[in-house]
Design a protein around this ligand. Structure first.
Ligand SMILES: Cc1cc2nc3c(=O)[nH]c(=O)nc-3n(C[C@H](O)[C@H](O)[C@H](O)COP(=O)(O)O)c2cc1C
Length: 277
């Protein structure tokens, strides 16, 4: 089973992604990067494209307007990556009211035509284009299977399914019962939400899943990937030391370092107003 590190705003920069890769993550993701800001050459946003080493990384984009997506495709050859990204992942799950008001993030789950338009544009980069979706904006959309409609009708290389709707906080359990139907579509489904233990992987293996994505469990202990592959967990003290060194090698915004160091080893308390409302 391949294990992916989830996109994590304020956390998953180059140093943290490297830490997770060193401890067994097969693929990592940047945090969500706004295409509109990239094409405006916003410096802070451009800095998020920090593919500075040889770690397999997907770029997660918040794309809403096809015109900005076209601009991004034109700009793409000018980006300075040590290793080409493994894929472009489009965010269809951000629960931020601002993003949703603009028709992006979780609002895209029911905008099948727009999503297909965006995917066609990003495919010009000759990279796989995947989606990371929630189950809809709210329980009503979930009940009406908007996520299944999307999976059936959109042609993407994979669908990472975070099994919550956009109103749900991460304190509510992810609803794994949706995965069977998702997988029955025959599309490439990558489960996400509350995955942290070997028996969780066993459950998904039984369903025929080959890849899962892990978020908060990796923030608590980045060696969760190695642990799930049968190795011992690494101590928090050793992980801290390694992370300090990686931050020197891949200098980052101090906010990331503070976040990661405050979350490491904590069972609870990974706070992000936007993602865990
Ligand atoms: C601090 C934090 C930041 C996040 N940032 C992003 C992000 O940038 N893009 C995204 O698609 N999801 C983001 N998420 C959601 C996670 O990628 C993931 O879908 C969610 O945490 C559920 O997985 P988990 O139960 O394994 O943590 C974020 C979550 C947290 C806790």
């Amino acid at each position: 089973m391949k294990l992916f590190l989830a996109p994590l705003e304020g956390v998953s920069d180059c140093a943290f992604r490297t830490l997770c890769y060193n401890h067994g993550a097969d693929l990592t993701f940047t945090e969500m990067i706004r295409v509109d800001s990239l094409v405006r050459q916003n410096k802070a946003t451009l800095a998020l494209l920090d593919l500075k080493n040889n770690v397999p990384t997907g770029i997660q984009l918040l794309a809403i307007k096809p015109a900005s997506a076209q601009e991004f495709v034109k700009m793409f050859p000018s980006f300075d990556f040590v290793r080409a990204p493994e894929q472009i992942n489009l965010n269809c799950g951000c629960p931020s009211p601002d993003v949703i008001r603009q028709g992006g993030g979780a609002a895209l789950v029911k905008r099948v035509q727009r999503l297909q338009e965006l995917i066609t544009i990003f495919r010009k980069l000759s990279l796989p284009v995947t989606l990371k979706i929630r189950l809809g904006l709210n329980s009503y959309e979930k009940k009406h299977n908007v996520y299944l409609n999307l999976i059936k009708n959109v042609d993407a290389d994979a669908f990472i399914v975070h099994a919550r709707d956009a109103r749900q906080s991460s304190k509510e359990k992810a609803d794994w019962s949706v995965f069977e139907e998702c997988i029955a579509t025959g599309k490439n489904i990558i489960p996400n939400g509350d995955i942290s233990e070997k028996e969780h992987l066993a459950h998904f293996r039984q369903l025929g899943v080959k890849e899962v994505m892990i978020g908060r469990a990796a923030v608590r202990n980045p060696s969760v990937f190695a642990y799930l592959k049968g190795k011992e967990r690494v101590s928090i003290a050793n992980l801290r030391e390694e992370y300090h060194l990686l931050c020197k090698e891949y200098p980052n915004n101090l906010k990331y370092k503070e976040n990661v160091l405050s979350y490491l080893g904590k069972e609870e308390g990974i706070h992000s107003r936007k993602w865990l409302m």
